[in-house]
Design a protein around this ligand. Structure first.
Ligand code: ADP
Ligand code: MG
Length: 251
């Protein structure tokens, strides 16, 4: 059974159809990269998997380990092991990073002893090169772009979901931060019971994190799926050769 299976997914936002029959199948132990032009629906897909209420699913299915994901509220999806790293992480003034992480674990029914929690966080802070003082700062409040992205990876490492959807977690990072984030993703993906969906615009992340499959999302569905050859063609020729002819002439 696939870990995450999406079939014929159609999604509207404010009456406009954004996803138009999207299919995706991620097995345990796999990393899938999703690339695609701006506005093609990548973040929409990420939000719909996580259960954002603003999107209306009009058709299709999403299952996690065979369970109907669409029937679950966002909080239940998180408990079931779905994790989303936001393209634009939001600030939560008044909530410290430490409290946020402990509450997130508790909400998943995986409360840990304070001592163990501190130890785990400390190890992760070191590998992500995040200063310990961050734990007492408010979530994303005044964080730089790179710090926000590293905090997403810290959450990933602490929460250890079944499936991680990382929406442009590489964007806006300098090369050193990119390598740190990539190492965090690889460390997560080492657990072969998990799956990872990497939404990205750039080959440079994929130089450090090797996906088993690469997809191109355009006009609301997957227009190409394959392996590394897709990344190479994209670098060389851009999105144009992948786009359906009638759609390409429309835009
Ligand atoms: P991507 O992440 O691939 O750049 P998005 O999923 O963010 O694309 O957006 C896909 C399309 O959905 C875009 O045309 C965008 O303008 C539209 N869209 C996203 N959110 C909203 C919204 N709240 N209201 C109206 N249109 C939206
Ligand atoms: Mg996006």
């Amino acid at each position: 059974m696939p870990l995450l299976e999406i079939k014929d997914l159609c999604v509207n936002i404010e009456g406009k159809e954004i996803l138009k029959g999207l299919d995706l199948c991620v097995d345990a132990g796999q990393i899938h990269a999703i690339m695609g032009p701006n506005g093609s629906g990548k973040s929409t897909l990420a939000f719909v998997i996580a259960g954002h209420p603003k999107y209306q699913v009009t058709k299709g299915s999403i299952t996690l380990d065979g369970q109907d994901v669409l029937a679950m509220h966002a909080s239940k999806r998180a408990r079931a092991g779905i994790f989303l790293a936001f393209q634009y992480p939001t600030a939560i003034p008044g909530v410290t990073v430490a409290n946020f992480l402990r509450h997130a674990l508790k909400a998943q029914g995986r409360e840990v002893e304070l001592k163990d929690f501190r130890k785990r966080v400390k190890e992760q802070l070191q590998s992500l090169k995040i200063e310990e003082s961050f734990m007492s700062r408010y979530v994303n409040d005044g964080f730089s772009g790179g710090e926000k992205k590293r905090l997403e990876i810290l959450q990933l490492a602490i929460l250890r979901p079944k499936i991680a959807v990382l929406d442009e977690t590489d964007s806006g990072l300098d090369i050193d931060a990119l390598k740190i984030v990539a190492a965090g993703i690889n460390a997560f993906a080492q657990d072969k019971s998990t799956g990872t969906i990497l939404i990205t615009h750039y080959q440079r992340l994929l130089d450090f994190v090797k996906p088993q499959a690469v997809h191109i999302l355009a006009y609301g569905s997957m227009v190409a799926s394959g392996g590394w050859e897709i990344v190479e063609r994209l670098e060389k020729d851009g999105y144009e050769p992948f786009l359906p002819k009638q759609e390409a002439t429309k835009s």
